[in-house]
Design a protein around this ligand. Structure first.
Ligand SMILES: [Mg+2]
Length: 383
C-alpha cells in the first residue's frame, strides 16, 4: 500500500478555524487527521502541510515511524516547532486511521490495548457568549443537566493580564457563584488562565477563588520559565494543569521533573504523533502525575483522544467541546455521546469517524484573529 495524495481543509468554525488533512492510498483506503488551528494560523498550517506532504506521497502509510522521523528531524538551522509538529500530528492521526481500516481494528488496539472502556470528559465552550452571571448560569445548567457533563472549564478572566484588582476578582467570583448556584457543588469547575498572569497575580487569584472548589487551574503563568510555574503550583491550594503549548517530550520531561504542575495537558493535534503522546503520559506517570489531553478541537481530534486515552493508566480526563458549529458533525460523522460524564471508546476500524470532504469544502475558513488581547489601538481589551 502506498500514499498517493494528501489534501488539506481549512473549515470555518465560528470563533476559529478547523484544519483537517485527508490522506489517500492506492488501495482505496483514506485516513483523516486534524491539527490544532485555534488561532489565525491556518494559512501557515496549509502551507506547511503542502511543503511536507512529499514525505508521505509514495510511502507505505503503515510505516509511520519513518515518515514521522523524516518530517520532524530537521538537520540544519531549523527544529520542528509547533507548526511542523501540528502538521505532523495531522498526518500521523490520518495514518493511524488508515492502519486501523487496513487491519480492520480500532486504533486503540493498534496502540497497545485499553485499560478504560469509557473516557471521562469535561465541557469547554459551554460559556461562549456574554460574560455575565446569567449567561454562565444558563449554559452551565444546560451542559450539566441536558448534555451530561460532570465538569466545566472556562476562562472567566477574559482579557485581563498579569493580575486582577479587587473589583475584577469580585466580577469573576460572581460568575463562579452563579455557576455553583446553577449546578451545585458536585460538578467540577476548572479555570483556564491562558498563561496571562504574573506569578504573584496568579497566586492572588487562586487564593481568592479557592472557595469555589476548583478542579484545576490551567496555565496560571506562561510555561517558558518552569520554575515560576512550579512556584505557583506550590503556593496555591488547587491542582495546576498545563501543557497545551508544549509540543515535545524534552519540554514535558522538564515540566514533570520540576513538578511544575499536577496534571499534564498535551494537545492531541500539535504533539507530532500519538506515540509521542503515549510517551508524555508515561513521563507524567513516572512522577505520579495525571494526563488530561487538551482538545478544544473537532471530531477527528476527539476520536484520536478517545483511542489514545483508552490505554493511558494515569488518565485524568479528556477535554470536549460542548457547543460548536452545527456543521461539525456533518463534516466529521461519528456516534460519540456523553453519557454519565464519559464517552465510550469506539470499536469501529480506524478512528471510527467518517470525514465528508464535500461538506468540509462548503464551509471554507477565512483568516481570523479572535484571540487578540488588544484592540485596534493596541490597548488591552476590557470586556
Ligand atoms: Mg487552555
Amino acid at each position: 500500500m502506498r500514499v498517493i495524495d494528501v489534501e488539506t481543509f481549512v473549515v470555518d468554525a465560528d470563533w476559529r478555524n478547523w484544519f483537517f488533512v485527508q490522506v489517500k492510498t492506492d488501495e482505496g483506503i483514506t485516513g483523516v487527521g486534524e491539527a490544532l488551528s485555534g488561532e489565525g494560523l491556518t494559512a501557515a498550517l496549509e502551507a506547511t502541510a503542502d511543503a511536507h506532504k512529499h514525505y508521505l506521497i509514495g510511502e507505505d502509510p503503515l510505516n509511520r515511524k519513518q515518515i514521522s522521523r523524516k518530517l520532524r528531524r530537521y538537520p540544519f538551522a531549523w527544529r520542528a516547532g509547533k507548526l511542523i509538529n501540528a502538521v505532523a500530528s495531522a498526518f500521523d492521526i490520518a495514518l493511524w486511521d488508515i492502519a486501523g481500516k487496513y487491519y480492520g481494528e480500532p486504533v486503540w488496539k493498534l496502540l497497545g490495548g485499553k485499560v478504560h472502556d469509557e473516557i471521562p470528559v469535561y465541557a469547554n465552550g459551554w460559556h461562549i457568549g456574554e460574560r455575565t452571571p446569567e449567561n454562565y448560569a444558563y449554559h452551565a445548567k444546560k451542559a450539566v443537566e441536558e448534555q451530561g457533563y460532570p465538569a466545566l472549564k472556562c476562562d472567566p478572566f477574559a482579557h485581563y493580564e498579569y493580575s486582577l484588582t479587587d473589583d475584577q476578582i469580585d466580577e469573576v467570583a460572581e460568575l463562579l457563584e452563579a455557576v455553583r448556584e446553577a449546578v451545585g457543588w458536585n460538578v467540577g469547575i476548572a479555570l483556564d488562565c491562558h498563561g496571562r498572569f504574573s506569578r504573584r497575580g496568579a497566586i492572588e487569584v487562586a487564593n481568592a477563588l479557592e472557595e469555589y472548589d476548583i478542579m484545576f487551574l490551567e496555565e496560571p503563568v506562561e510555561l517558558e520559565d518552569r520554575d515560576v510555574m512550579a512556584d505557583v503550583t506550590q503556593h496555591v491550594n488547587m491542582p495546576v494543569a498545563t501543557g497545551e503549548r508544549i509540543y515535545n517530550n524534552e519540554t514535558m520531561e522538564e515540566i514533570v521533573r520540576k513538578q511544575a504542575c499536577d496534571i499534564v495537558q498535551p494537545d492531541l493535534t500539535n504533539y507530532g504523533s500519538l506515540q509521542e503522546l503515549q510517551h508524555a503520559a508515561a513521563i507524567a506517570k513516572s512522577r505520579y502525575m495525571t494526563f488530561a489531553p487538551h482538545n478544544p478541537n473537532a471530531g477527528v481530534s476527539t476520536a484520536a483522544g478517545l483511542h489514545l486515552c483508552a490505554g493511558v493508566e494515569n488518565l485524568e480526563v479528556l477535554e470536549h467541546m460542548s457547543r460548536d458549529v452545527e456543521w461539525g458533525d456533518e463534516i466529521v460523522k461519528h456516534d460519540f455521546e456523553v453519557e454519565d460524564g464519559a464517552i465510550e471508546v469506539p470499536d469501529k476500524p480506524g478512528l471510527g469517524v467518517e470525514f465528508d470532504a464535500e461538506v468540509a469544502r462548503k464551509y471554507p475558513g477565512e483568516p481570523k484573529d479572535s484571540h487578540s488581547l488588544f484592540d485596534k489601538d493596541g490597548a488591552l481589551k476590557r470586556p
